[in-house]
Design a protein around this ligand. Structure first.
Ligand code: ZN
Length: 679
């Protein structure tokens, strides 16, 4: 053997070891992100499972910069029960095997996460029905893995302008399905998590055409109302229940098609794991629209002139029905139903709400007139182009509450509430400096714009909020021109009218909670005190929503969903404590999420004040970080109050008195009011 050969062999061995080293598992499967859309699952991990050294990773060429498919993930299907299996190479499952039971899914029964081999994590979707198997597709870029299992809505009525993640992809690019039938043995995995479905939307791609930006993703977009700041030079759109591909974070894009000599940009930020913020900077931003595609998966952001001329769907929708209801609490619900999914946008301008349906050529004027005949709600309708219909709802006396769009975008519910009387009075009493009054009286420009366009004035940031804008003359900061409600009543009246609190009396129905001394049921005590808190808050004009008002069983998930739909300012769960050692007594305040700590501390300071501890002859057991389901899963800042131990005979006795219950309720209500800054 020549020296040359030996060198070659050594090099080969070194190369082999390098390669082996590279082969080591370097992707950790952490978690699943499940969403309410029941269409997708994101497999979240850390690291990278692509193996560059072996060249196993071959990205499928793709014209756009969308997620590429990798072909070193193996997928196959199972029968009896029907299953879809993904094997991720070079990966580990640090937190061990487990399965997720999907209570809310019509398609997936459970998802198993297994360390199948030392460096392969296997994920098994067990389906309710084998007919759904062909819909399962896996996409990945080597770091993020998305499994999409319901494409039905996506393929429906979308024009090419609105691609979806799957729409962008060549059919042949789908991960190869080897479709082997294997009977999979799914014993022996411990049950760990029954997850609440977390995110509805995963933003994964931004593209553009000559007219605007298109944000694409999977799941369902749910938008908060667009908010405008700084004389319409900054607009913010919050996408709820959304997450984002890391490469899009903090990116800024020019919005094409801005009107002459202007420029507009869009910046994407992740606010937290559940919210994405889109910030638009430019001029006259109220002229920009955010249109949601019929499949709810894309957002087209563009100047309104382009929106008018763009076709958003292959098929125009036909109106099936209108419905208008008003309930005793002053809520109007205006309900529109269509035969096909619609592309729509909602915006607010000059004291009116606008709903534009961008693929609806006919709005059935007769039906609408009939509907509104006996109603005090005035809805105007018009065609704004060949295939677009606009609904205008004057909002002078109304607060826009929400737009609820069904996942198939065939039904839109607009909810309005009559403004409380107090606000109406204040509105009439707006003081405007005479100069502005004249401009406003001319009726051409709305007040805010009049001031914002006046070169002699500038906005005073320190005094302006979301609702009121305060302008000051540019030369003299001391002379403040107010454009804010006159404070006839204490400020709290108007502020508290906007505050929402969800109160959650723990347990109920068949779930008794703790049972003290064999006779005292925690559920009953919780409800009594919660109702007292409710009364006290209502007196301060706080909107209170009770997860239950009677002795019924409500699953924790439902309590959480209830709250998340309302999206209150805070969520307060009320409980009484219990332990086997009947000498234990005292008060506890529990929180879990970091954004709940301030609430917990505020509640604690009042609830467990020295005065209360003395009066109640009890002790403070502190603010405790606990992973209770409800305070972990509600989106609002949330706390769980333990008002004492009913397992302790002495404390139980006291807690059974009406006086103590009233005092506890007062302390809880005061804590809430303090946190909400309601006086
Ligand atoms: Zn309890």
């Amino acid at each position: 053997m020549s020296f040359k050969n030996i060198t070659a062999i050594i090099l080969f061995i070194i190369a082999f070891f390098i390669q082996s080293a590279c082969f080591a598992a370097n992707f950790q499967v952490r978690d699943l992100v499940l969403d309410n859309s029941d269409k997708t699952v994101l497999i979240r991990g850390k690291g990278d499972f692509r193996d560059s050294s072996t060249g196993v990773y071959v990205p499928v060429p793709d014209k756009s910069n969308s997620l590429n498919l990798i072909n070193n993930i193996t997928t196959f299907t199972l029968s009896n029960p029907a299953g879809y299996v993904i094997d991720i190479p070079n990966s580990t499952l640090p937190e061990g095997s487990r399965y997720y039971k999907l209570k809310n899914s019509k398609i997936v029964n459970r998802i198993d996460l297994l360390q199948h081999d030392t460096d392969i994590v296997r994920i098994v979707f067990t389906l309710n029905n084998a007919k759904d198997l062909p819909n399962f597709k896996t996409y990945s870029d080597g770091k993020n893995i998305i499994v999409k299992y319901n494409s039905q809505l996506v393929q429906n009525s979308i024009q090419h302008k609105f691609y979806t993640l799957s729409g962008d992809m060549d059919k042949s690019a789908v991960v190869q399905n080897t479709a082997t039938d294997i009977i999979f043995n799914s014993n022996n995995y411990k049950l760990e998590i029954i997850p609440k479905l977390q995110n509805k939307y995963y933003l994964s791609l931004v593209t553009q055409n000559s007219e605007g930006l298109i944000l694409k993703g999977i799941g369902e977009i749910s938008l908060q109302k667009i908010k405008y700041y700084d004389n319409n030079t900054r607009a913010e759109i919050i996408l709820d229940s959304s997450n984002i591909i890391p490469t899009l974070e903090n990116k800024t894009y020019n919005i094409p098609g801005a009107v002459k000599n202007t420029k507009a940009t869009l910046t994407i930020n992740k606010l937290n794991d559940k919210k994405i913020k889109l910030t638009i900077l430019g001029e006259s931003l109220k002229d920009y629209r955010a249109v949601i595609s019929p499949d709810n998966q894309s957002l087209f952001i563009s100047h309104r002139s382009h929106v008018l001329n763009t076709s958003f769907a292959l098929n125009n929708a036909k109106l099936l029905s209108y419905n208008l209801t008003k309930n005793e609490n002053g809520y109007y619900i205006f309900d529109l139903n269509f035969d096909k999914s619609v592309a729509y946008d909602i915006f607010e301008l000059n004291d009116s709400y606008y709903l534009d349906i961008n693929n609806l050529p006919d709005f059935d004027e007769i039906a609408l007139k009939k509907l509104l005949k006996n109603s005090d709600l005035n809805i105007q309708t018009m065609k704004i182009s060949k295939d677009k219909t606009r609904y205008i709802i004057p909002s002078k006396n109304l607060n826009f509450s929400y737009a609820n769009v069904e996942s198939n975008a065939k039904s839109i519910k607009l909810c309005f509430k009559e403004k409380p009387q107090a606000e109406k009075i204040n509105e009439d009493a707006i003081i405007i400096a005479s100069k502005e009054e004249k401009i406003a009286a001319a009726g051409k420009i709305p007040e805010e714009d009049a001031l914002s366009k006046d070169k002699n004035y500038k906005k005073d940031e320190s005094k302006s909020g979301n609702i009121n804008v305060v302008y000051v003359p540019k030369e003299d900061n001391s002379k403040i021109i107010y454009k804010e409600p006159k404070k006839k009543k204490p400020e709290s009246t108007t502020i508290s009218a906007l505050k929402k609190v969800v109160l959650d009396p723990g347990h109920g129905g068949t779930d008794c909670g703790a049972i003290g001394g064999g006779v005292v049921y925690e559920k009953n005590l919780n409800l009594k005190v919660a109702k007292m808190v409710e009364e006290k808050l209502k007196k301060k004009n706080v909107h209170v929503y009770m997860t239950r008002s009677e002795d019924i069983f409500i699953p924790l998930e439902d309590r959480v969903n209830f709250s998340n739909e309302i999206s209150p300012d805070i969520y307060v769960s009320i409980h009484a404590n219990s332990t086997v050692q009947n000498v234990t007594y005292g008060l506890e305040v529990h929180y879990y999420k970091d954004d709940s700590l301030e609430l917990a501390n505020t509640m604690h300071a009042i609830f467990s004040s020295d005065k209360n501890l003395k009066k109640w002859d009890t002790k403070d057991r502190g603010v405790i970080k606990s992973r209770f389901y409800v305070i972990n899963h509600t989106e609002a800042p949330s706390v769980l109050m333990e008002m004492g131990f009913i397992s302790n005979p002495v404390e139980r006795e006291k807690l059974m008195t009406k006086q103590r219950q009233e005092e506890v309720a007062t302390a809880i209500a005061d804590g809430i009011l303090e946190y909400l800054k309601v006086k």
